[in-house]
Ligand binder design. Structure first.
Ligand SMILES: Cc1cc2nc3c(=O)[nH]c(=O)nc-3n(C[C@H](O)[C@H](O)[C@H](O)COP(=O)(O)O)c2cc1C
Length: 450
């Protein structure tokens, strides 16, 4: 029987795509800038060699890594997905709008489940408690359906606003291929990442940097889409909706947006108090996250809690905070919320190998994936300890650096009620399935557990 790579090769030949592949790949690689000459020459030679062997039929499974990179940058990852082969879930060469309508990557033939096991979360129960946090991988009904089919149960609809907001100029999302280990909690990161960098799908050592600027469709559009997304999730899933306010009356705008989400059918609203990518006229081009200001954060959360229906759940999403800041904030938030989520990406200085900003006009961007694994664990452990010490219950939605079953299990063991993954979900379409397969029968704290 022929391998999936061989079948993909037949498909490429039948579609007459082999000849145009090198040019399409190089157009993608150079879309946002020119790689250094030796790197570009090497990529050019590699793709020419691959195209030659695709034409002659001399390809096998060992070619999958290069073939995956070539099809991704040639913007034909859909063909990998058609053959059940992994590919990053988002087309970084395409715009935000285009991607909203079109999740990339394979859909599993059967939805992975942990049988009838359920875990408590935010006043109800869910299937295996893994999910995708607020990010562009959850920005529309199409994405929500795609994620549910692949086994993700705790889904946070991407941060929306009370008025339309355009994305930052592309590129918006780049692999941080040199960040293959975790930073220490609280450490600053100076990241070098080029828009043509690549990390193989499924690599647990994946990191990425992003600078989208929290784009949002106008409320009329996202509310209609959200209502459809709410209707699309089943009994095993929970769909939260992330919202953000802006402007001079920040708390009021947060509340306005939360009410719009509630009106569209959201049963849990998550407040994005931690976004590191909001544009500003400062020297670095971006603002610090709101949660660094405890008084402003509490004012927003109080205002939203008063505005929402009592039955609507409320979650506060924080970024990594040092010991003093987190210990000061959590006791003030606990009586107001049903859950606390974190961490967000770590705001980092991101440059290309030639020293220019990876994201033009923005010195800082959000780093996540394995690079933030230790900060996420440290934050989750302290958050869980503060919950125990404070005596006011709330659920913990943990995220940061989950790229394989072990990193999922570590955050769950630290006391998280649910665990989400953005960079891992981007890089590995089969990550939820792998976690369910490994831990579905053994993960503790399900509702039937004594
Ligand atoms: C491309 C991208 C877009 C994101 N957009 C949002 C957002 O709109 N709202 C938000 O609260 N967090 C956003 N995040 C942060 C993630 O929800 C998550 O907190 C962070 O990426 C850490 O998890 P990870 O290491 O699994 O990526 C985004 C992350 C990525 C990678």
């Amino acid at each position: 029987m022929s391998s999936p790579v061989r079948r993909l090769r037949e498909d490429l030949v039948a579609r007459g795509l082999v000849e145009e592949l090198p040019a399409a790949f190089l157009a993608g690689v150079t879309r946002f800038g020119q790689p250094p000459r030796p790197e570009l020459d090497a990529l050019t030679a590699d793709v020419a060699d691959l195209a030659g062997r695709l034409a002659s039929g001399d390809v096998g499974d060992a070619d999958l890594p290069l073939l995956g990179r070539v099809l991704f940058f040639a913007r034909r990852s859909d063909l990998l997905a058609d053959h059940g082969l992994p590919t990053p879930a988002y087309d970084v060469l395409g715009g935000f709008r285009e991607n909203l309508a079109r999740p990339l990557g394979p859909v599993l033939p059967g939805r992975p489940t942990a049988g009838s096991r359920r875990w408590p979360l935010l006043g109800r129960t869910v299937g295996f408690p893994i999910g995708v946090p607020a990010c562009v991988l959850n920005g529309s009904e199409a994405w929500v359906r795609h994620n549910v089919a692949n086994g993700w149960n705790v889904l946070t609809y991407k941060t929306v606003r009370s008025r339309a907001h355009p994305p930052n100029e592309q590129p918006n999302w780049v692999f941080a291929a040199r960040e293959t280990a975790s930073l220490a909690p609280g450490a600053d990161a100076d990241v070098v990442a080029d828009p043509w960098d690549w990390v193989e799908p499924g690599s647990p050592a994946v990191s990425s940097v992003n600078s989208f600027g929290v784009p949002s469709p106008e409320p009329e559009e996202w509310m209609a889409d959200l209502a459809r997304a709410v209707a699309a999730v089943g009994d095993e899933q929970l769909l939260l909706v992330s919202v953000m306010g802006e402007g001079d009356d920040l708390a009021e705008d947060f509340a306005r947006t939360a009410l719009l989400a509630e009106e569209a059918g959201a049963s849990v609203v998550e407040l994005n108090l931690s976004c590191p990518n909001t544009l500003d006229r400062s020297a670095t081009g971006v603002k610090p996250p709101l949660c660094l200001d405890a008084d402003a954060t509490v004012a927003v959360v109080e205002h939203v809690r008063r505005a929402l229906d009592d039955r609507t759940g409320l979650v506060a999403k924080l970024s990594w905070l040092d010991e003093q800041r987190l210990a000061a904030l959590v006791p003030r938030l606990a009586p107001l919320v049903d859950g606390i989520a974190g961490i967000n990406t770590v705001q980092s200085r991101v440059r290309r190998t030639d020293g220019t900003p990876t994201f033009p006009g923005r010195e800082l961007a959000g780093l996540s994936g394995i690079a933030v694994r230790e900060p996420a664990l440290d934050f989750t452990r302290r958050l869980v300890a503060l919950r125990a010490a404070g005596g006011v219950p709330f659920d913990v939605l943990a995220m940061g650096g989950v790229t394989d079953p072990e990193s999922f299990a570590a955050l769950f063991a630290a006391g998280a009620d649910a665990v989400q993954s953005a960079a891992g979900a981007f890089a590995d379409p089969f990550l939820a399935a792998a976690c369910v397969a490994r831990l579905g029968t053994t993960l503790p704290r399900s509702v039937e557990d004594p």
